[in-house]
Design a protein around this ligand. Structure first.
Ligand code: NI
Length: 158
């Protein structure tokens, strides 16, 4: 178990452009493991980018809780995009707020798997939005930088 602390907005690492992964070695696999443990340690997380645990490298993990399971993306790049969609987004690094963000409705994303294989996903709906949100983290952008409206998250009633 290696759940890491999630950095919150205001931390300079979240504003940095992350560097590409040069080699998938033991260190990178360990970072991926820590990212996965951290994502699954949060009840409401569907994606996490390495800068959120203080590592400025181009790594993303996504699990929407559907049949696709865990998706590990190394050096992901959006190679085509189309349409537009607006969704209310949240972020583990912005725990107290949510907001409406306009994104591309569909994206084609190319990335490398931990096995070193090149993969392409054609995403729409929540996956497309999640990919764009997580890739933004790799470029130092948070959803609050793009949101057309931001509101405090509704507190859960006990
Ligand atoms: Ni986020």
């Amino acid at each position: 178990m290696s759940k890491m602390e999630i950095l919150v907005a205001g931390n300079p690492v979240l504003k940095k452009v992350a560097k590409p992964v040069a080699k998938i070695d033991k260190r990178i696999k360990n970072i991926i493991k820590n990212m996965t443990d951290t994502l699954y340690g949060e009840s409401n997380g569907i994606g996490l980018a390495a800068p959120q645990i203080g590592i400025s490298e181009r790594l993303v993990v996504i699990d929407l809780g559907d049949e696709d399971g865990l998706r590990i993306m190394i050096n992901p790049v959006i190679v085509s995009k189309e349409g537009s969609v607006q969704m209310c987004e949240g972020c583990l690094s912005v725990p107290d707020f949510e907001g409406d963000v306009e994104r591309f409705a569909t994206v084609e994303c190319q990335y490398i798997t931990p096995e070193g294989k090149k993969e392409i996903v054609n995403a729409e709906g929540l996956l497309a939005v999640c990919i764009q949100h997580e890739l933004d983290h790799l470029d130092g952008i948070l959803f609050i930088d793009r949101a057309t409206s931001i509101m405090p998250k509704a507190k859960e009633v006990e």
